[in-house]
Write a protein that binds this ligand. Structure first.
Ligand code: AMP
Ligand code: MG
Length: 404
């Protein structure tokens, strides 16, 4: 088949993202349960963070002007963190601690290491400049500003930021409900004996892990026999229960491959065959309005196509903005001799070459070899129609980045 029949990877991704059906239902979760959820509204800052000027060190709050005149200052008070500060008497020092609110009238804090404590008070042994060691009110967040935008995925630091704003309950989109349908008469679940001709279903577990990492809920997880009617009826049932259907296998041209045909007959097919290696046979369409991503059957192809084209689709369905992953530009520690019309994603990891960091490839890149993916920590890209030599600059994406 001519290369023009293959959709370039970037075109395939934009087509999927355009046809994604973002979740619109929302729910409220406690802040402690908000990790990896997607914000369903903008969060603006209700009040300055921090709410008042406070000390960055343990020491003494003073007025810088007083120190220039007399370096011995009587200690007139004490403010522990959490206490409301009393009033400040000019010409004195107030004992203060990290996080204590600065008493009104004081304008600087002297670290206790710069001070000698005597019976008369403190002697300051260093120059004092106005504002030193004070963390200003609102230095982190200012009242009214946008802190986090709708569509943001909550990481630990976003949880902390929301906490610092005093927000206890978070409005998030409902988790994307995904149906996993693995297809193949040869598949047997682990734990069962294998009869001749059978293999264990591995894609199911790869997909369960990937979807958990991607913050999705598994609405349905079934294995389909290679029949037209069974495939169609399970697709229709899954379409009613899930926001997105992901299948593996059955997208090639053999007479036992029913996924593409059922999409054409009972729904719609908008993409088939990509200029990607591994992952040429890949179908995308919909059934009763629910998007269906038909991944190839080979175990390594499932992982790679999910990460490269499935994740942008999932991000869009989760109500998140499109992101363009920068990857890392690194010298190749391997070579690929024959240029291909397909963009190749090589299971790879970083290593140290003679001249510094390089990206190494697992020697066996067969799409049936999943152990290469366990050795790997990411994917290196061999661009379309390009040979790669050792030392050539290529782009490397870590698995963590691809799963962002
Ligand atoms: P297919 O596209 O259905 O012809 O599948 C391509 C290859 O992937 C065949 O060798 C299948 O046996 C294998 N395969 C398909 N589905 C799975 C699965 N769930 N687990 C492991 N291997 C699979
Ligand atoms: Mg099959």
């Amino acid at each position: 088949m001519a290369s023009s029949d293959l959709t370039p990877v970037d075109d395939a991704i934009s087509r999927l993202v355009t046809q994604a059906r973002p979740v619109t239902d929302t729910e409220t979760v406690a802040l402690e349960n908000s990790l990896d959820r997607v914000l369903a509204r903008d969060y603006s800052v209700p009040a300055d963070v921090p709410p008042a000027d406070n000390s960055a060190v343990d020491g003494y709050a003073v007025r810088a002007g007083d120190v220039a005149e007399a370096t011995v200052l009587p200690v007139s008070g004490r403010v522990a963190a959490g206490e409301a500060p009393g009033s400040f008497q000019p010409g004195t020092a107030v004992r203060i601690f990290t996080g204590s609110e600065i008493p009104a009238g004081a304008d600087s804090v002297v670290m206790q290491e710069r001070v000698t404590v005597t019976e008369d008070g403190i002697t300051i042994n260093a120059p004092v400049s106005e504002g030193q060691n004070i963390r200003r009110r609102g230095q982190d967040l200012t009242q009214g500003e946008l802190a986090l935008a709708k569509g943001t995925k909550v990481r630990p630091q976003e949880m902390g930021l929301l906490g610092s704003m005093g927000v206890a309950e978070i409005e998030v989109y409902k988790k994307l409900r995904v149906a996993i349908l693995t297809t193949g008469d040869e598949l047997v679940d682990p734990g069962q004996p294998l009869a001749p001709g059978q293999i264990y279903n591995s894609n199911r577990y790869t997909l369960l892990g990937l979807l958990a990492k991607a913050g999705c809920e598994v609405a349905l997880c079934e294995t389909l026999a290679d029949t037209r009617d069974g495939t169609r009826s399970t697709f229709e049932r899954a379409a009613a229960e899930a926001d997105l259907i992901i299948t593996s296998g059955g997208v090639s041209v053999g007479e036992e491959d029913h996924v593409r045909v059922v999409l054409e007959e009972a729904g719609s097919l908008s993409l088939w065959r990509m200029a990607m290696k591994p992952g040429k046979p890949l179908a995308f369409g919909s059934i009763e309005g629910t998007p269906v991503l038909g991944l190839p059957g080979n175990p390594a192809s499932v992982l790679v196509t999910f990460l490269v084209v499935g994740m942008p689709l999932i991000r869009a369905c989760q109500g998140r903005p499109s992101i363009s992953l920068p990857g890392e530009q690194m010298p190749a520690g391997f070579s690929v001799g024959n240029p291909s019309v397909r963009r190749e994603y090589v299971r790879a990891r970083k290593g140290i070459g003679e001249d510094g960091p390089v990206v190494n490839a697992y020697p066996n890149q067969s799409s049936g070899v999943l152990s290469a993916a366990c050795w790997a920590e990411g994917l290196a890209v061999v661009p379309e129609n390009t040979a790669v030599g050792i030392g050539d600059t290529i782009t490397y994406y870590s698995f963590a980045e691809l799963l962002e």
